[in-house]
Structure formats: structure tokens, C-alpha cells
Ligand binder design. Structure first.
Ligand code: C5P
Length: 227
């Protein structure tokens, strides 16, 4: 991983899970900036593998995909804001509608998860970090110092996504975005391996009626209270 922090004697790991559009990425990024922690967007890694699968026409060919992913080099730059796939910046490509609809199918393959989880755990050894995704509190960092589950109603999450898409001039409707989010939620919560679930020791934060700043302050408050 580029821009690595040096390993320190005292490292703090904050793990966040939650469904699509819950606001966890924005929150995690801001908390990382405030605390000077490394930021790990785990979904970006599954998305990068999906970009790779689409480009090589192997999204449906699981054995080939498993074989190729071992030779795929995924790295971050700019403290997690840029993702590199075999040294190419794919930060924009990973957000395409095609990737959105395929990523949950790629992410459910156990061998792919195994490779990516190992990579994430290695990143976790490099210094204090805040990591977010679907299985960070349960599988990747089960011993994290702080665990949060960030959620919001489906309608709220779809509304936020729609605003983002409209800002990028993508022509779509609330109904279509909501349907996409529901389909991804279903796949992410019902898959056999590492489904999205709330860890018993995670603090649940509902962001439906809260601003990003309120959630960031809440997390910072939790972390600082244990200083
Ligand atoms: O967080 P984001 O929406 O970018 O994640 C994209 C997809 O990657 C999720 O819908 C899920 O299928 C997969 N994912 C996962 N485990 C993670 C993070 C993301 O399976 N830790």
C-alpha cells in the first residue's frame, strides 16, 4: 500500500460496517482525517476486482476469476482516496453502474474474499486505521478497538445516492436507485460467506435523521472517551 504509515507501538483500529448508502464511507474518511489514521475503503477493493472481471470478460467465469485475482495488484494512494489496479488509477471506473450491479456477485465468491481479507489485514498491521465495509467488524478485524454499525432507512439511503448520481449528471429515478440498493442489501446480507450483519459488540448508529458531522463527532467522542 502506498503512503504507508510506519508501524507504531500503540495502534488503534476502528471498524465500521453498514449497508450501501448509509454514509459510512464519508464518515470514515472524515474521522481518518481528524485522527490522522489510515483510511481503508474495503468496498473499493471488491469494486476493483469487479472492474478487472468486466475488462477481461470473466465476471461470470468464477474459476478464471479466482485464478486471475491472485495475480491482480490492488493498492491505495493518497490515504485511501485513490485506488490502483495493477498501477492504473481506477477510482472513477469502480463507481460505474455496471460495477454497482455486479460487485455483490463477485464479492460473494469465498476465494476472492479470502485474498482480499488477507490483504486488508496486512494493511491493518501498518498503523492506526479506520476501515469500513460489510465484514470489517466481524471477519477482518474481529478484535478492533472500536466497532460501529452505520445504518439508515432504505429511502434515505436511496435519496442520498440519487443526489450523488444527479450531481454526476446520471439520469435515473429514486425508484430505480432504491431497487438497486435493495437488491445489493439482499445479496450482501444473505450470502453464505461473511454476510453483512451487526457484530454483537458494535455500536449501532442510525444516520437517517443525523448529519455526517453529528455522526463524525459521535465516533470521535467514543474514541476520545477511551483515551
Ligand atoms: O461499500 P461499497 O458499496 O463500495 O461496497 C461495494 C460492494 O462490495 C458491496 O455491495 C458488497 O457486495 C462488497 N463488499 C463486501 N465486503 C466488504 C465491502 C464491500 O462484500 N467488506
Amino acid at each position: 500500500m502506498r503512503g504507508r504509515m510506519r508501524k507504531t507501538a500503540y495502534q488503534v483500529t476502528i471498524a465500521i460496517d453498514g449497508p450501501a448508502g448509509s454514509g459510512k464511507s464519508t464518515v470514515a474518511r472524515r474521522v481518518a482525517e481528524k485522527l490522522g489514521f489510515l483510511y481503508l475503503d474495503s468496498g473499493a477493493m471488491y469494486r476493483a476486482v469487479t472492474v478487472f472481471a468486466i475488462r477481461h470478460g470473466i465476471a461470470e467465469d468464477t474459476p478464471k476469476l479466482i485464478d486471475m485475482v491472485k495475480r491482480c495488484h490492488i493498492d491505495f494512494a493518497d490515504n485511501g482516496k485513490t485506488i490502483l489496479l495493477n498501477d492504473e488509477n481506477v477510482s472513477t471506473d469502480i463507481r460505474s453502474p455496471e460495477v454497482n450491479s455486479l460487485v455483490a456477485d463477485v464479492a460473494k465468491i469465498p476465494e476472492i474474499r479470502h485474498e482480499i481479507v488477507r490483504h486488508q489485514q496486512r494493511i491493518g498491521e501498518e498503523g492506526s486505521l479506520i476501515a469500513e465495509g460489510r465484514d470489517l467488524t466481524t471477519i477482518v478485524f474481529p478484535n478492533a478497538d472500536f466497532k460501529f454499525y452505520i445504518d439508515a432507512s432504505v429511502t434515505e439511503r436511496a435519496g442520498r445516492r440519487l443526489a450523488e448520481l444527479r450531481a454526476q449528471n446520471v439520469d435515473t429515478t429514486l425508484k430505480a436507485v432504491e431497487a438497486g440498493i435493495r437488491a445489493r442489501d439482499k445479496k450482501d446480507t444473505s450470502r453464505a460467506h461473511s454476510p453483512l450483519r451487526i457484530a454483537a459488540d458494535a455500536i449501532r448508529v442510525d444516520t437517517t435523521q443525523r448529519t455526517i458531522d453529528e455522526v463524525v463527532d459521535f465516533i470521535l467522542g467514543q474514541v476520545k472517551s477511551k483515551d
